[in-house]
Structures are given as C-alpha cells and as structure tokens.
Design a protein around this ligand. Sequence first.
Ligand SMILES: [Zn+2]
Length: 439
Amino acid sequence: MTPVRLAICRTARAAARRAATTTAALQDDLTPAGVSWLKFGDDMVYCGAGKSWSEFKKNRAGCARAALHEHPSEVARERIHVVVQKGRLFQREHPEVPVLIDKGRFLLVDLEPKCARKIGNSDVPCFSVRPLDTLKTTRARGRHRIIFDVLPRVAARAARAAADPVIQGLVNRISRQSYEADLTRLVQFNTRHSTRPEFAAACDFVDQQLANLGYATSRQSIQVNGSPSQNVIAIRTGSGSVSRGVVLVSAHLDSINHEGTATSPAPGADDDGSGSAGVIEIARALKDHQGKHDLKLVLFGGEEQGLFGSKKFVASMTPAARAKVRAVVHMDMIASLNSASPTVLLEGAALSQSIIDGLSAAASTYTGLMVQTSLNPFNSDHVPFIQKGVPAVLTIEGTDDANHAIHSARDTLDRLNFDLALEILRMNTAFVAEALVRT
Ligand SMILES: [Zn+2]
C-alpha cells in the first residue's frame, strides 16, 4: 500500500470558468513531479506524498487564490476509487463507504480493492466503481486525469457562432406543451417495468406517436433476464444515396422501483420519461427536415436491468450498419435541475469527441446551458455502442448536487424542471438537424 495525501482546491464559480480553460500543460507546470492532479469539474484534487508533497504545498501557499483543503489523514493510493453513480444510488446502497470527494454523479471514495471489485462487478447499471489508475484521461497524459470538465460558457454574443436561421427555426419548434403532454402520458402508466404489460402499452403509445409523425416504426424483441420485452424503433430515410449514413436519437422507455417489486409504482418521470418524451419531441421538431442521412429513433427496454435493449440492438447490427452510424445522441434523465444554473453533462469516449464538440457548440449557439464533459462512459445505453466502436454520447442533467428520487415512487412530474429539459432538447435538436445534412 502506498500512503498518499490528498488536497482539494475548491475554486469559486467564476474562477472555475477561468480554470476550465487552464490547459493540462499549464497544470503540469504548477504541480511538481510526484504530485498528480485530477479535475472534478470545478474542483482540482491533488495527490502526492513525501518531499514532493511538502514542496507542492509550500509553492501553493504563496499563490493560493483559492484555498487548498488537505484531507486530514493519509489514504492508501490503491484504495482510491472513482464511482460514477446515477442519482445517489451508490451512496444509498453503500452508506458505509467513506466519500473523499463528492461531485454528485462522480465520487472519489476510500475502498478496499477487493471490496471495490465485488460491489463494482454487479451488472445492474446504477453505479460503477473503478480504481483510479484504470480511468481514461481526457488528454492522454500519464499521471493526470480529468474526471469531468466544466467548459467555459461563451457569454459574449459576438464570440458565439452565429445561429443558422434554418436550424434556429427547427430549434424553435421544441414546445413545452407537446413535450409535457407526452411525458404526462408516460408517467400515467403505473410502471414501465420492462417485463410488465404496462411497458408493452407504453411501447404502443410511443410507436403510435412516432407513426403519427410520419416515421416508419417497428419493434425489436429482447430478453430481459429470460423474460420477453422490446425496443421501439422508428426511421425516416434520408435522401442521400450510396454514402447515406444514420443519425440515431435514443432514450430508455423502461422504469423501475428498487424499493418495491415489478408491480410497485415506478413513474420514472425523470428516469427516463424525460428522455423518452424527448425522443418524440425531437422527432416532432424534425418531422419534415429530411436530410441526406437517415434519422433513427430508438426507445430501449431493459435498461434498468442491465442495458439489455441497447446490447441487443447493437449486437444485431452488422459491422457495415455500425460503420454507417455518424452519431448516437442518447438522453437519460434530462429534467432534474440539480445545480444553480442549468447544466448538461456530455459523456462519451475518445471516439465520440467530435459529437461532444458539436453538442457543446450547439449548446453555446442555441441555449444558455452550462456544459460539463466526461470521457468515462458508464451506466447507460450509450455504453454498448461505444464498446462496439460506434460514436455515442449521453446527454444528462448536470449533477453537482443530486437527484434522490430516481428508481423509486418519488420520481414524479412535480420534481421536474421543464426549462432544463427543453434547453437540452434544443441543443440536441440543433446538433441532430445539422448532422442530418452534413456531408
Ligand atoms: Zn435511466
């Protein structure tokens, strides 16, 4: 075991935006060899031992614009793990695990490696536990890691890319009235548990809505732990010929109540009624925006039991079909405001960096969203795509604080923030509209 000291540098929000532009190279200059840094959104976390740690603290003492809080005791480096959780589901299940850093979706915890492997091995995608050293870095640098990043908001109008009038027109179609009506209908099914008849009824509703908008709909049968369930798929063919690609927009239609049984109330308003109604709303906004590429809309089943719907969907694609996918924009929980300003987290992997960039640009041009990014994909339907080399990004509400209501009867409409959801839908609509016509 290697004992190390940890210190957190909490920057004020304004300073954090400036710090967000700090390059990895500059951070390297500020930290001596032997001290590593992690970026957790607004917080910088430093980790080191011995002489280099004393040197680091001495250097920081002179120039500390923001205070450095040293963790009171040494921690064994091997025990430091990064948890990515949905809402507070890791902490709800494992209140005994000491949390070193708490950034909502992202935690740094002190956990015995054997124990971490055991609790992280569960296939149910509520949380994941990874040893610090196995994480991918945003920029490929050995000892430094950006767990997630806060992108600077482009405040000055002049500095933003000018809005394209056609795209702006499509973005303006995003309507609270129709979105709220669809979401309200979805929440009215007592549950959308993947293997219940109510889920099948919800599939019928979504299928009908998309068919009414002119999309060709179909179903894909799936198995969820041995019981039948399904995905709903809708498509509008693009006008391109040989080089035609596919832009895919998705969410998971199923819900779950972990405090009860399959028949307990599971309204799933945020998780993931908000994303499912979002797929319909984007389909509505883009219903007559035929681009070069195919627009495919997918509502997955079996997500809550272990990504069964998306795994089957990706597995059933031929390599040629996978290669045609230009972007997957997935929505899972987009309507709970957990931070002072409306924030979206864009979570992908290195292969989806251009989608993250495109979504960030769309957010800055067409919305007032704060954007966070992460290249550590976990816990939702974007993961099976990424694992098979298909560029996918999860768009999810920012979780500086947390959503305590999901996976229970408390995930209800009255907790939602429609303004946040509509902003995320505008960002996604702008990105998808552009992606459909791009050569
Ligand atoms: Zn979900």
